[in-house]
Design a protein around this ligand. Sequence first.
Ligand code: NAD
Length: 343
Amino acid sequence: MPAIWDLPDFDSHEAVHVFEDRKTGLKAVIAVHSTHLGPAAGGTRFWHYADSQAAITDALRLSRGMSYKNAMAGLPAGGGKAVILANPARAKPQELLDAFARAVDSLGGKYVTAQDVGMSEADMVSLSQITPHVAGLPDQGGDPGPYTARGVYLGVRAAAKHALGTVDLHDVHVAIQGVGSVGGGLARYLAEQGAKLTLADVDSKRAAELASELGGVSVAADAIMDVEADIFSPCALGAILTASTVAALKVKAVAGGANNQLATGIEGRMLSDRGILYAPDYVINAGGIINVLRHIDKADDAEINRRIDAIPVRLAAIWAESDASGATPAEVADKMAQKLIGR
Ligand code: NAD
């Protein structure tokens, strides 16, 4: 097994902490990618990994992603991520959570945790009994979905301006993949502006009901990326932009809330080559984390709104730089983020 420094996803992380608690069986990794802008903030993932190497790789990759996301959102926070290695039974007893909370606490605030896959709001409340370094508690703003939806809506508007040359969304056709918390909220904002909507969800009833309520249409989940529209908005799964799906897209822009939309990274170039504008996912979907981390610098509602309003401004700057330099929007965003974190 290579040393951590030699792993492909190691990116000069400031620290990678490995915890083991023999009494409770806790095995966890907390990766601190950067504290340049503030405490390393990012969620805790509870997941059954194939092996410990996969868990470390996930923590390295996700913590770097949080550095970029928090920096581009203008937050006074660095990037970190924790993973708890679930046992085959996926049991999460209280003693294990307590041991993990002590691990977070031992870092003295260098890492601030929040909810991620496999961890519930109740788990966060439980951790907060032992360590104060927990963000996104119920009394700190609650569900991030509506904040993410608003940021994505502003990003879609910015994409319409840049790719279609219009600030008026009336009759701009947006195809939305996934109408849950983020995609459903986005659909409502767009409907208010008179946009033409095509919706899809694996829960086809959910998509059909929302479409009929908002005056749009729904299609089968596996047909949404073939829809001829102005903008495709992925708001369900990651890795949906692959060589074959990009080749088949019939839109002028991709702007949506899903995390990690580019399957391998090279799809960003494929989109540019096809003349399709891309809104880098971690920039457009930052509304939720902006609210989750509100307590880091005691931001009030007006400040939260100001930060979310900055999302389309940041996107416009990325696209302008991309147009000028020939680099893809994803490449430009990564470079901007690296500069912000002093790299
Ligand atoms: P959600 O669970 O509320 O909604 C997701 C919806 O997508 C569900 O209705 C689900 O049925 C549907 N779906 C799943 N697979 C699908 C498929 N193959 N085709 C079509 N629909 C499918 O989740 P959410 O909170 O709205 O998050 C959506 C995406 O946005 C995720 O990728 C998430 O990681 C990302 N994201 C969410 C937030 C947030 O604040 N909630 C923040 C940043 C990023």
